[in-house]
Design a protein around this ligand. Structure first.
Ligand code: ADP
Ligand code: 5GP
Length: 211
């Protein structure tokens, strides 16, 4: 991906209803990218580890006490309580990557995304939508990670969450996976061609140096 020198990385916030396909799309986005260009931020959570999840890879699994301590240290870019558990985005790691010129992807819920927008308005906010409520139900059931009660709660929440869509820059409907992944990749590419506030100085410095 062409970029100009000394340009900080971009922060992509991928959110949307539970089961919309955020995790699946993010995984593909990172897998298909050149190493060191774009990385997924690993969140911290107090929820129980699910079968197959790995500490430090899926999440950093911590106790409620450690999580609260980190909040008091100002260690999160955002944090939220989602369905009774705490989730948060470790601040230092994300900012360090961005300053190294690496793009960072946050896969977080909608309340988290809105908080990130307050502290990092230059982020690029992408809303992932399922094609329909019935498909969303099927996917949540098929994922096999949640009880029927949790699925019903997550579905009920989806309509509320939709009301925040206008806070986002892009919306991607996750019908056919390949198409959805390609659309998210297209957003990343387009954002790297955006004329930003500091572009004039960056380019002047670069081209003067080379002239
Ligand atoms: P989220 O991270 O938004 O909660 P997931 O990525 O876990 O959602 O996806 C929910 C379920 O739907 C998973 O079982 C996943 O394999 C499946 N899924 C995701 N995207 C698609 C798609 N485009 N077509 C069919 N199944 C999908
Ligand atoms: P799960 O428990 O299914 O992994 O995630 C539940 C919800 O929490 C998902 O909507 C997921 O996107 C969200 N989530 C994961 N990490 C974070 C985070 O760091 N901050 C916030 N606000 N939400 C998160």
């Amino acid at each position: 991906m062409a970029s100009y020198d000394k340009h900080p990385g971009k922060l992509f916030i991928i959110s949307g209803p539970s089961g919309a396909g955020k995790g699946t799309i993010c995984k593909r986005l990172i897998e298909d990218s050149d190493a060191g260009k774009i990385e997924l931020s690993i969140s911290m959570t107090t929820r129980e580890k699910r079968v197959g999840e790995v500490d430090g890879k899926s999440y950093y699994f911590v106790s409620k006490e450690s999580f609260i301590e980190k909040i008091s240290e100002g260690g999160f870019l955002e944090h939220a309580e989602v369905y009774g558990n705490y989730y948060g985005t470790p601040k230092e790691k994300v900012l360090a990557k961005l300053s190294e010129g690496i793009d960072v992807v946050l896969e977080i819920d909608i309340q988290g995304a809105l908080k990130v927008k307050e502290v990092y308005p230059n982020g690029i906010f992408i809303f992932i939508l399922p094609p329909s409520m019935s498909i969303l139900r099927k996917r949540l059931t098929g994922r096999g990670t949640d009880s029927m009660e949790t699925i019903d709660m997550r579905l009920a929440q989806t309509l509320d969450e939709l009301s925040y869509i206008e806070e986002y820059d892009y919306v991607v409907v996750n019908g056919e996976l390949e198409e959805a992944v390609n659309r998210v990749k297209a957003v990343v590419t387009a954002e790297h061609s955006r004329v930003t506030k500091n572009i004039k100085k960056l380019l002047m410095d670069k081209y003067k140096e080379e002239a």
